[in-house]
Design a protein around this ligand. Structure first.
Ligand SMILES: Cc1ncc(COP(=O)(O)O)c(C=O)c1O
Length: 446
C-alpha cells in the first residue's frame, strides 16, 4: 500500500499543531518566520523544545531520534552530561571577559595534538568566520586575488563562499570541466564572481588545467574534502593528492574546510587521506554545540595575525573569539571523542548504511548510500555521485516524501545524516527498519 505525500503532510499537520501556531506567530518578527535559511521547511518547521542524547522533543510533545544533530555539530548527541557540566561550571564563573582565559590554550593544544597541520590556531565564532579569515590570510600571504573553490560546495555565507553554492543545474553553469562562477545570493560585493575560480570536484585533470591557467593569480584553493553540502561524495585519493601537489608547486594556500568533514576521524578527513593542508577551518564539533569556530595552519601564514611586533598585518578581533563557554563545550566534546567513541560511531554508521543498502535491494525503490566516518547519505540515484552535478540529479521529490515519512514515524533525517555517540545498535536498526518500511509505501511516480 502506498502513501501519498498529501497524506503524509496531512498527518504532519495533525501531529504538529503547536509548531504551526509558533511558525505563524514568528512571521510577525522574522521574515517568513525564518532566521536560518537551511532550516526552512515547507509547509512549516517543527519547533524543538529540548534534546537529550539521540532524541529531540518538540513543542507538541513528539519525541524523535535525531540523525541531523544540528547539521552534524553534536557528535556527542544532545545535552551530553559532560558538556552540560562543563558549561554549567564555566557559566557560574563568568561567560566572557575582555582578555584571554586559560582554556583557550588548552583547547588549542588539544586541536594541535589531533590535527598536527594546525601549527597555530585562531578562534572565531562560526564556520563562516573561519572561512572568511582563512581566505583573507591566504590573500595576504600570497598577495593574489583569486580563490578557487569547487562547484556546489558550501563554505558558509561570506561573499566568495556564495559563488556556485548548490546552483541550479542549467546551461548557466557552463561545461562540467570548466564551470562558470554563478552568484548564489543577491547583494554580494561587485567583482565577487570575478575573484572566484570554480573547479569541478573529483576531476583532477580539469582542476589542474584550470589551476595552471590561473596559477599566478590564485591565493587559495578551498575544498571541503567530503563535499558534504554539495552531496556527500567521496574524494579520489589522486584528486586530493593533485590539489596538494599543485598548491605546493604554485605557492597556493591549500585550505581544507573540515567544518563537517572533521567528523571522519580524530584527525579529520586530512588524517584519513594523509593530506597536510596549509590551513584548516573548523566549527560545529569543536565548539561542542555552542556558536564557535576556529582556523589555523602553517605558522608562517598564521604569523600575519601576530600582534607582538606592532600592528598585525591582519587585525582579527571578535568579542567572542576564544570565548571560555565555547571552549569549555568544545574541550568536553573532544575529550569525549576517544578512539573508542570514533570506532563506535563508525561501526554503527556501517551497520546503518549496509542496512539501508539492503533495504534498497529488497524494495522497488532504486538508490544507493554513501557513508564515511559517522556521516551517511541516501541517494535516489543509480550509483553514488562523484561530484555536484551528479549529486544534483538526485530525486528531490523522493527525499521530500521520505523526510516527512520519517518525521511522522519518529525520526529526524535529511537525506541521511550522522551518527551521534549515544546511538545504540537497536536504535540504528530502528532507523533502517523505518526507512525500509517507508520504501514499501513510497509511491512509484515520485
Ligand atoms: C562545509 C561547511 N563549511 C562552512 C559552514 C559554515 O559554518 P557556520 O554555519 O558555523 O557558519 C558549514 C555549515 O554548515 C559547512 O557545512
Amino acid at each position: 500500500m502506498t502513501t501519498t505525500l498529501d497524506q503524509l503532510l496531512s498527518d504532519y499537520r495533525d501531529q504538529n499543531g503547536a509548531s504551526y501556531q509558533l511558525w505563524r506567530s514568528a512571521h510577525d518578527s522574522l521574515p517568513g518566520g525564518n532566521t536560518r535559511t537551511g532550516v526552512h521547511v515547507d509547509p512549516f518547521p517543527v519547533y524543538t523544545q529540548q534534546g537529550e542524547g539521540v532524541h529531540v522533543t518538540d513543542v507538541d510533545g513528539n519525541r524523535r531520534m535525531d540523525f541531523v544533530c544540528n547539521a552534524t555539530a553534536l557528535i556527542l548527541g544532545h545535552a551530553h552530561p559532560d558538556v552540560v557540566q562543563a558549561l554549567q561550571s564555566r557559566a557560574s564563573k563568568g561567560t566572557a571577559f575582555f582578555g584571554p582565559t586559560p582554556i583557550e590554550i588548552e583547547l588549542a593544544e588539544l586541536i594541535r595534538e589531533r590535527l598536527p597541520s594546525l601549527e597555530k590556531v585562531r578562534y572565531c565564532s562560526s564556520g563562516t568566520e573561519a572561512v572568511l579569515n582563512a581566505i583573507r590570510v591566504a590573500r595576504a600571504h600570497t598577495g593574489r586575488p583569486l580563490i578557487a573553490k569547487f562547484e556546489g560546495a558550501y563554505h558558509g555565507i561570506d561573499d566568495p563562499a556564495l559563488v556556485s553554492y548548490v546552483p541550479p543545474v542549467t546551461d548557466e553553469l557552463g561545461p562540467a570541466h570548466r564551470p562558470n562562477p554563478v552568484l548564489s545570493s543577491r547583494g554580494l560585493a561587485p567583482g565577487t564572481a570575478k575573484n572566484v575560480l570554480v573547479l569541478p570536484f573529483n576531476d583532477a585533470d580539469a582542476s589542474e588545467a584550470l589551476i595552471r591557467a590561473n596559477g599566478g593569480q590564485i591565493a587559495a584553493i578551498i575544498v571541503d574534502p567530503l563535499s558534504t553540502a554539495a552531496g556527500l561524495a567521496l574524494p579520489d585519493q589522486a584528486f586530493l593528492d593533485a590539489l596538494r601537489r599543485l598548491a605546493t608547486e604554485l605557492d597556493i594556500v591549500l585550505i581544507f574546510d573540515e567544518i563537517v568533514s572533521f567528523r571522519a576521524g580524530s584527525s579529520g578527513t586530512q588524517g584519513v587521506y594523509g593530506i597536510t593542508p596549509d590551513l584548516t577551518c573548523l566549527a560545529k564539533v569543536v565548539a561542542g554545540g555552542t556558536p564557535g569556530g576556529l582556523f589555523g595552519g602553517r605558522s608562517d601564514i598564521m604569523s600575519l595575525y601576530d600582534p607582538t611586533n606592532g600592528t598585525p598585518a591582519i587585525p582579527q578581533s571578535g568579542t567572542y573569539n576564544g570565548n571560555p563557554l565555547v571552549a569549555a563545550a568544545g574541550l568536553a566534546t573532544l575529550q569525549g571523542m576517544t578512539p573508542d567513541a570514533y570506532r563506535h560511531i563508525e561501526t554503527l554508521n556501517n551497520r546503518i548504511s549496509d542496512g539501508l543498502r539492503k533495504a534498497f535491494d529488497q524494495s522497488n525503490v532504486k538508490g544507493c548510500v554513501v557513508n564515511v566516518g559517522s556521516l551517511f547519505r541516501i541517494y535516489f540515484t543509480e550509483k553514488p555521485p562523484t561530484n555536484y552535478r551528479e549529486a544534483a540529479k538526485d530525486n528531490k521529490s523522493r527525499h521530500r516524501w521520505l523526510y516527512f515519512y520519517l518525521l511522522n514515524h519518529g525520526i529526524v533525517s535529511r537525506q541521511g545524516g550522522c551518527v551521534p555517540v549515544p546511538l545504540t545498535e537497536s536504535q540504528a536498526d530502528t532507523l533502517v527498519d523505518t526507512v525500509a518500511a517507508g520504501f514499501d509505501e513510497m509511491p512509484d511516480d515520485l
